[in-house]
Design a protein around this ligand. Structure first.
Ligand code: ZZB
Length: 267
């Protein structure tokens, strides 16, 4: 799989995470959560970013000033793709790849990050999602509830049970902007499908997989951009252009998943 790895810069750590990283990362450093996405053209609609609450993440130093928060597995893959490390720091074995600090997903929930291209210019929150797979992508997933049924089902649940999840309700209730128009599902594809298919919980895995499939096909082959520099163009045309622009501006890089490690979220 050829992913776009997006750089979401930490603006304000959650209190638990702040204590853990204290003294381990210079105050002047840029720290980024790095979700892997197959839908770079949807980045305008980001409203939060998900981590698995039980997943272990590392903060990896990639240059004098920059650090990435990803799973160790992803960092090891990145080490072979030219996006990581100066040659003198190149790890020869996975054991040599040591994060400056380790963080569990639950400790970073509530962290405020800036999401490139998102309409939410003040930033979005890191929130928990139980279905994030540690074995896929970077273990960090940016959330686009307008076009991803999984994301819409999850934020709906997070807002409903904010206390249970230990989050502020408003973190899960950021405005969901229409970003892609489709002939069959309108301009909010994921909410439309989730309602139509009566999906009530992020645990309805089978139905969500079906909804994801429909959303992908309709969005990719029939979608038209409603926002951004490529407004009015088809998704098929806009996708590579948005990706290229993000890479050019230094806000993203390419990340390939080696064959054999790809685990579909739908099982
Ligand atoms: C933003 C986005 C916007 C995504 C959208 C999808 C959609 P696939 O096809 O199964 O490979 N993802 C990435 N890593 C993980 C992970 N570790 N665990 C769970 N989910 C993960 O799915 C690729 C998509 O799965 C990625 O693209 C990411 O969510 C998520 F509007 O990024 B996507 C209809 C889907 N729409």
């Amino acid at each position: 799989q050829d992913y776009t790895a997006l750089k979401l810069k930490v603006k304000d750590w959650a209190p638990d995470a702040a204590k853990i990283v204290q003294g381990k990362i210079p105050d002047s450093a840029n720290v980024y959560f790095v979700p892997a996405t197959l839908r770079p053209e949807t980045m305008y609609g980001q409203t939060c970013c998900f981590v698995g609450p039980k997943i272990k993440y590392g903060v990896f130093k990639v240059s004098e000033s920059d650090y990435y928060v990803v799973t160790k597995r992803a960092a090891w893959n990145m080490a072979f793709q030219g996006t990581f490390f100066k040659s003198d720091q190149f790890p020869r074995t996975a054991d040599e790849l040591v994060p400056v600090v380790e963080l569990t997903g639950s400790s970073v929930v509530g962290t405020l990050v800036s999401a490139p291209l998102s309409i939410h210019k003040n930033g979005v929150r890191i929130l928990p999602m139980d279905s994030v797979l540690p074995t896929k992508g970077t273990g960090v997933v940016t959330s686009v509830p307008s076009d991803s049924p999984d994301d819409f089902a999850t934020i709906t649940d997070l807002a409903k049970k904010a206390d249970y999840y230990g989050i502020k309700k408003e973190w899960a209730e950021l405005e969901i902007p229409p970003i892609i128009d489709t002939p069959s599902y309108g301009n909010l594809t994921a909410p439309f499908l989730v309602k139509k298919m009566k999906i009530n919980s992020p645990k309805d895995a089978k139905q969500l997989a079906e909804a994801k499939d429909l959303a992908y096909k309709e969005g990719y082959y029939k979608g038209t951009m409603l926002v951004g520099d490529f407004k009015g163009q088809s998704v098929e045309t806009a996708k590579p252009k948005v990706k290229e622009a993000l890479i050019k501006s230094g806000e993203a890089f390419e990340y390939a998943e080696p064959n054999g490690h790809v685990v579909s979220r739908s099982g």
